[in-house]
Design a protein around this ligand. Structure first.
Ligand code: HEM
Length: 512
C-alpha cells in the first residue's frame, strides 16, 4: 500500500514540476524579447481580467500603463498588442507578405476553414479575390433596394411599438434589421424576423452565429491554457458549427445556387459570387479533396459549393452583431447630440431627391459619413483583430519571432489622446477631409487595415447609413430616462451595449 502511495506521489510531483517548468518557460517569452506587460496569472495569464474588465477597459489600461507595444498571455500563449500607428502600417501594409495570415489556435472545423477569414496563403488569396469583388459599388448599387426593404420592416416594427410606448430598446430591433438585411442581400430572402420570430432560416443563422462566436470561447480558452488540447479537439473532429446548422445552410445555399444556375436573373450577393467565381480555372473542393478543371465543368460556377456555403455563413458571423450595434451606437450618439442630429436631418432633406435612395446618393452624404466614422471611432464594434508573424521580423527595434500572434487593440487606439485629442468627446468634425489628412491613417482602423482588411465594410456602411437615414426621415431620437449614459459595455468580444440601448422616439411633424 505504502509503495503505491509513494509511486502516486512521485508521479504527481513529477507532473507538477514539469507543468511548473513549462509555465515558467512559456511565461518568460516577453522577458526574453524585452517587451513589457502585466505579470501573468499562473496557467491563465491575462484571461481572468477579461471577465472582470472586458476588452475595452483592459486594453485602455494596458496601453496607458505599458505603452504602444504590450506583451500579454492567453493562458500560456503569448500575444503582442500593437497600438503604434506606424508599426500597424508596417505589419498590415508595408510588410504584409510577412504577416499575411491570422493565427488560428483552434481548428474550428472543415467548413469554417474554407472561409476567407480563416484561410491562409494561396487559398486566402484566391477566396479573397473572388469573393471580395461582390462588395464593390457596382454590385452594392444593385442590392440597395433589398437593404431598403429591411429598413421598411424596421420602421413597421417601430410603428407597431409606438402604438403602446415611445421609449424602447433598439438593440433587438436593430439586430433583426441586420439579419434581415443580410438575408435579403445575400439570398434575396425578404423576411421580417422581429415580427416572424419562428422563421427557421433566421433561427438557424442565429444559432450558427452564437456557436461560431461566443460558442468557441471555452474551447479557445482550453487550448490557450493547455496547447495540447488543440490536438485533442482535432482528434475528435471538433466542429464549431453544429451539425443541424451545417446541414440546413448547406441545403439552403445549394438549393438557391441551383435556382440561380437554371433561372438566372437574380440580383443578390449569392448570384454575384457565382458569376465572379466563373473566372476560376481549377476547382478545388478541399472537403472531398478533389481537383477539377473548370473547362470540364458543366456547372456555371467555379468556387466549390462548400466554399460558397462557408463564406455565406461567415458573412453572418462577421456582420450580424457588428452592423446592428453600429446602427444602435450611431442612434445613441445622435440622440445625445441633437445639434448633430439636426445637421444630419438637414443634409438628408437637402440632398435626397427621391423616395428610393440610391447607393451613390447615400454615399454622397458627407456629414453622415463623418458621424458614422466618429461613432465607429468611439464604438468600434470589432474590438481586436490580429495577424500571425510569418517570419522573424524586426520592427522599430522589436523582434517579432516567427509564429507569434499580434493583435491590434482598436478601441484603445481610437481613444488614445495622441491620436485623437480629447478622445471621449463626440466630434464628427474630426473626420473632415482637412482633419483626416493631418492624422496617421492607421490611427483609425475600425475595419482593420491593408490587403486583408474587412471587405464587408462597404456593405456594412451602406446598411447602417440606409437604416439611419430611413429612421431620421421619420423620427426624432433622444436618450431615454431608462438608458445609462455612457452606456455600459458588455464584456464580449464584439462591442455592444450590455443592457440594450434605450431611446425615446417621436414622430417628425412631416416626413422629410
Ligand atoms: C460594422 C460592421 C463591421 C465591422 C466593424 C467589421 C470589422 C472587421 C475587422 C476589424 C476585420 C479584420 C480586418 C483585418 O484583419 O485587417 C474584419 C474582417 C472581415 N470582415 Fe468585417 N466588419 C463588419 C462587417 C462585416 C460584414 C457585414 C461582412 C460581410 C458581409 C464582413 C466580412 C468580413 C470578412 C470576410 C473579413 C475577413 C477578411 C479577410 O480575412 O480577408 N464584415 N471585419
Amino acid at each position: 500500500m505504502e509503495s503505491i502511495i509513494s509511486t502516486v506521489l512521485t508521479g504527481v510531483i513529477i507532473v507538477l514540476t514539469f507543468t511548473y517548468l513549462y509555465m515558467k518557460k512559456a511565461h518568460s517569452f516577453f522577458q526574453r524579447l524585452g517587451i513589457s506587460g502585466p505579470k501573468p496569472a499562473p496557467f491563465f495569464g491575462i484571461l481572468p481580467e477579461y471577465k472582470k474588465k472586458g476588452i475595452t477597459e483592459l486594453d485602455l489600461e494596458l496601453i496607458n500603463k505599458y505603452g504602444n507595444v504590450v506583451g500579454i498571455y492567453h493562458g500560456h500563449k503569448p500575444i503582442v498588442l500593437v497600438a503604434d500607428p506606424e508599426m500597424i502600417k508596417d505589419i498590415c501594409v508595408t510588410k504584409f507578405n510577412k504577416f499575411k495570415n491570422r493565427k488560428v489556435n483552434l481548428d474550428l472545423g472543415p467548413l469554417l476553414r474554407k472561409t476567407v477569414a480563416l484561410s491562409d496563403n494561396s487559398q486566402w488569396t484566391f477566396l479573397r479575390e473572388h469573393i471580395s469583388e461582390v462588395f464593390k459599388p457596382n454590385y452594392l448599387e444593385q442590392i440597395t433596394g433589398k437593404v431598403l426593404q429591411s429598413t421598411e420592416h424596421l420602421i413597421q416594427n417601430i410603428e407597431q411599438k409606438l402604438t403602446a410606448e415611445n421609449d424602447f430598446n433598439f438593440q433587438e430591433l436593430c439586430l433583426a434589421f441586420s439579419v434581415d438585411s443580410l438575408c435579403n442581400s445575400l439570398f434575396g430572402y425578404n423576411v421580417n424576423s422581429y415580427k416572424d420570430r419562428d422563421d427557421k432560416t433566421v433561427n438557424m443563422i442565429k444559432k450558427g452565429w452564437m456557436a461560431g462566436t461566443a460558442g468557441i470561447a471555452r474551447p479557445a480558452v482550453a487550448c490557450a491554457v493547455c496547447p495540447a488540447m488543440s490536438k485533442i479537439f482535432s482528434a475528435f473532429s471538433y466542429n464549431a458549427i453544429p451539425a443541424d446548422v451545417r446541414k440546413f445552410l448547406t441545403n439552403l445555399v445549394t438549393k438557391k445556387m441551383k435556382k440561380r444556375h437554371t433561372e438566372g436573373g437574380r440580383t443578390d450577393l449569392l448570384s454575384f459570387i457565382m458569376t465572379s467565381s466563373r473566372r476560376r480555372s481549377v476547382i478545388v473542393d478541399s472537403q472531398n479533396n478533389t481537383t477539377k478543371s473548370a473547362a470540364n465543368m458543366s456547372s456555371d460556377y467555379r468556387l466549390s459549393e462548400t466554399e460558397i456555403v462557408a463564406n455565406c455563413l461567415f458573412f453572418f458571423l462577421a456582420g450580424y452583431d457588428t452592423t446592428a450595434s453600429t446602427v444602435v451606437f450611431t442612434l445613441y450618439c445622435l440622440a445625445k447630440h441633437p445639434s448633430c442630429q439636426d445637421k444630419v436631418v438637414s443634409e438628408i432633406s437637402n440632398n435626397l431627391s427621391s423616395e428610393n435612395m440610391s447607393y451613390h446618393e447615400i454615399d454622397n452624404l458627407q456629414y453622415l459619413d463623418m458621424v458614422l466614422n466618429e461613432t465607429l471611432r468611439l464604438f468600434p464594434t470589432y474590438l481586436r483583430y490580429g495577424r500571425a508573424v510569418g517570419e522573424d521580423t524586426i520592427i522599430k527595434g522589436i523582434k517579432f519571432p516567427k509564429g507569434t500572434e499580434i493583435q491590434f487593440p482598436i478601441y484603445a487606439i481610437h481613444r488614445n489622446k495622441d491620436n485623437f485629442p480629447n478622445p471621449e468627446k463626440f466630434d464628427p468634425d474630426r473626420f473632415s477631409k482637412e482633419n483626416v489628412s493631418k492624422r496617421h491613417p492607421m490611427s483609425f482602423i475600425p475595419f482593420g487595415a491593408g490587403p486583408r482588411d474587412c471587405f464587408g465594410q462597404s456593405y456594412a456602411k451602406l446598411a447602417v447609413k440606409l437604416a439611419v437615414v430611413s429612421l431620421m426621415q421619420k423620427y426624432k431620437f433622444s436618450l431615454s430616462s431608462k438608458q445609462n449614459d455612457p452606456p455600459t459595455l458588455a464584456k464580449t468580444f464584439y462591442l455592444r451595449p450590455e443592457n440594450g440601448l434605450w431611446l425615446t422616439v417621436d414622430r417628425r411633424m412631416c416626413d422629410l
